[in-house]
Design a protein around this ligand. Structure first.
Ligand SMILES: [Zn+2]
Length: 160
């Protein structure tokens, strides 16, 4: 029997996860969303690292059941990060993924998430939320499967 490969690791500061839970609870019954900034995995690295999250408005037509990161906020963030890189600021930060909440649903990618996933390598943080507050947070990485479709690989969330 082949040994199961260990899950890829995502390093995250506890403060980011606490902030994510607070935002998911505050947005309930709507989905909150935003972008994850950090360092992608370099060769020989232990895994990508989240340094911070950047909340954005949810532009989905039905924000109870879907999310859409505000595209203007996304572009503004990319410009800021590019300017930082030009200044030579270290560490070089990139948008490595995004987060959103699942009101009254588990922290696993939905069929809609599956349909929305376009970019392999992008990290998806999903937090469950209910009337009583935020629940489980799980990390996923979009990967291209053998058929060329995009799927989600679970990641192991580890505190920095
Ligand atoms: Zn979702």
């Amino acid at each position: 029997m082949a040994e199961a490969e260990p899950l890829p690791v995502l390093w995250t500061p506890p403060s980011v996860l606490a902030d994510l839970k607070a935002r998911a609870a505050a947005a309930y019954p709507f989905e909150c969303c935003g972008l994850l900034v950090g360092c992608p995995m370099a060769p020989g690295d232990e895994g990508p690292k989240v340094s911070r999250m950047v909340p954005t408005a949810n532009h989905a037509a039905n924000p109870r059941r879907a999310f859409e990161v505000d595209p203007a906020a996304h572009i503004a963030l990319l410009r800021t990060l590019r300017a930082q890189a030009k200044e030579g600021r270290q560490p070089v930060e990139q948008v490595i993924g995004h987060y959103h909440s699942h009101p009254d649903a588990p922290a696993v990618p939905s069929a809609r998430d599956q349909a929305q996933a376009m970019e392999p390598g992008l990290i998806w943080l999903i937090v469950a939320a209910s009337l009583s507050g935020a629940g489980e947070i799980r990390a996923w990485r979009a990967i291209r499967d053998g058929d060329g479709a995009i799927g989600f690989q679970p990641m192991n969330l580890i505190f920095l």
